[in-house]
Design a protein around this ligand. Structure first.
Ligand code: AMP
Length: 502
């Protein structure tokens, strides 16, 4: 079977159609890009869609020169970040000038940054750090994977008294996986300070967390449920806290988490610094956030960068019952290094996993109903590259920073447009060397949902057509009203599964 990419011919073009309700004249940046342009972009589909997106692609290509200049993560000559002693006992290190020098950070942090190979600050770091080091409240909005964690950890290191064993910074995140990730970055950024960081999340033995708190920690990173549990047990004392950080703030302040967040904030001193970061910050969330902050400053780098310039994004129109076959075909064509497939529901994720698990190796699933030890195992295997296709729901997929993810598949259109931004941001990250590709499966009744996403990201997505694959039934006139719609031929044979394995 011919699996190489090829241009779709005229025959395919005439069959292609827009999902219902899709309004071409959205008020997006692509207003000037006519419907015909979009069709033209799709015409070259597959490999050639990339080169035929016209204006939209050229704009992205131009902006890609920026990303080439972006600092690459590099390790120190020894291959490891150097372990230091307490800042009180270390002589002030002499550090060469770098883009970080003027941000107001101390010499120990500057040395760590040089050691771990952060040569230039990212835009969110340039804008956010100088405000946050002053100790004032601040909200920061920037797309995921742009160095947000360092933007809030570095300034909070400035405020910690490392001689005191009490928690002075707390970072709250919506998922356990994100807490781990933030804590790892905090540890990476703080060896010279002799800073201790604890991860306080559910699904893990509480005993170890109690011991860690007993021994003394400076930064705690956790999910709200476990943090409250530890406060209630009298093990976590937040009265000496100096900085409170809400990561993925839009999610932390939505109705599900809000009571917990309020409960935690009541345990914190009123004289504190509050920092909020998120890729998306809808106005109601921002208004709510201000209730917990004092005259917050605002750093908004979301304009124009919501549309991630390191990611090629497409939609594919598909019949609901063809989605699975389409996914197989797409895997065979794209041969992703690693792919994250998003479903709307845990059940949907399980079903998809059940279908693929027997047929493909290196496939796994992650969602909120799984036991934490299983979630940890899956994440570890995914990070190590042992899992090649991970099926995930939005909640758990959020914030995952795995540099190997080359493809995102929105198997189900996300319920919320902001979730689209979060999902797609899992690929094309600063930690990856290559750009990513994202595909959104859209059924014919979901045109409005697609339009809302396009308005959110301020760009029209080109359609992608998989050659030789009938993604939906032709709607030609039936001979009589009682005729059933024509059946689609069976198009995916099991051999294609093997192609993904290669
Ligand atoms: P984050 O947005 O915090 O998840 O960061 C994404 C990735 O970028 C992480 O792997 C960081 O280690 C890395 N990173 C953050 N800041 C920089 C920088 N200034 N230079 C190079 N890599 C960075």
């Amino acid at each position: 079977m011919e699996l190489a990419r090829s241009n779709s011919g005229d025959k395919n073009r005439t069959r292609r159609r827009r999902p219902r309700g899709r309004t071409p004249d959205t008020t997006t940046r692509a207003e000037t890009q006519s419907d015909a342009d979009v069709e033209a972009g799709a015409r070259g589909s597959n490999g050639s869609a990339k080169s035929e997106q016209g204006v939209a692609t050229r704009t992205r290509d131009e902006s890609r020169t920026d990303s080439k200049d972006r600092p690459k993560r590099r390790r120190s000559a020894s291959g490891k970040p150097s372990r230091g002693k307490s800042s009180a006992t270390v002589e002030t290190p002499v550090v060469a000038e770098s883009g970080f020098t003027k941000l107001g950070l101390n010499a120990t942090s500057l040395k760590t940054l040089a050691d771990i190979g952060y040569e230039q600050p990212t835009p969110i770091q340039v804008s956010f750090i100088p405000i946050a080091v002053k100790g004032v409240d601040c909200t920061g909005q920037a797309r995921t994977g742009t160095g947000k964690t360092a933007a809030f950890i570095l300034p909070s290191l400035e405020r910690i008294d490392f001689a005191s064993p009490h928690p002075q910074t707390i970072v709250l995140t919506p998922t356990r996986e994100l807490s781990e990730q933030v804590a790892n970055e905090a540890r990476r950024l703080s060896p010279g300070h002799n800073c201790r960081t604890a991860v306080l999340v559910g699904g893990r033995p509480i005993r170890r967390q109690l011991d860690e708190l007993q021994r003394g920690v400076h930064i705690v990173v956790g999910t709200p449920g476990r943090v409250i549990d530890l406060i209630n047990r009298g093990a976590l004392d937040l009265t000496r806290l100096k900085v409170v950080i809400l990561d993925e703030a839009d999610r932390m302040l939505d109705i599900g988490f809000r009571p917990d967040i309020e409960r935690i904030l009541r345990s914190c001193p009123t004289e504190r610094q509050t920092l909020l970061l998120s890729a998306t910050m809808p106005p109601p969330v921002e208004r709510l956030a201000r209730r917990y902050m004092k005259d917050p400053q605002r750093v908004d780098l979301s304009e124009d960068t919501v549309m991630v310039d390191t990611i090629e994004q497409y939609y594919i129109t598909v019949e609901r019952d063809r989605k699975r076959s389409l996914l197989v075909k797409l895997l065979a064509l794209e041969r992703p290094a690693q792919v994250l497939v998003f479903t709307r529901t845990k059940r949907g994720a399980e079903e998809l996993h059940k279908h693929f698990a027997g047929r493909l190796p290196h496939v796994d699933v992650i969602h909120g109903d799984l036991h934490q030890s299983k979630r940890d195992r899956v994440m570890r295997r995914f990070r190590a590259g042992e899992v090649r296709m991970m099926i995930a729901t939005d909640v758990v997929g959020r914030g995952i920073d795995v540099s190997g993810i080359s493809h995102i598949v929105n198997y189900d259109v996300p319920e919320d447009c902001d979730d689209y931004v979060h999902r797609v941001g899992r690929t094309g990250r600063i930690s990856s060397n290559s750009k990513g590709r994202a595909f959104t499966f859209v059924t014919q009744g979901q045109g409005d949902e697609l339009t809302r996403i396009e308005m959110r990201i301020n760009e029209m997505l080109p359609e992608y057509h998989v050659d030789g694959f009938e993604a939906y039934k032709p709607s030609g006139p039936r001979k009589t009203v009682n005729d059933p719609p024509p059946e689609l031929p069976h198009q995916v044979d099991e051999e294609e599964f093997c192609v993904f394995v290669d």
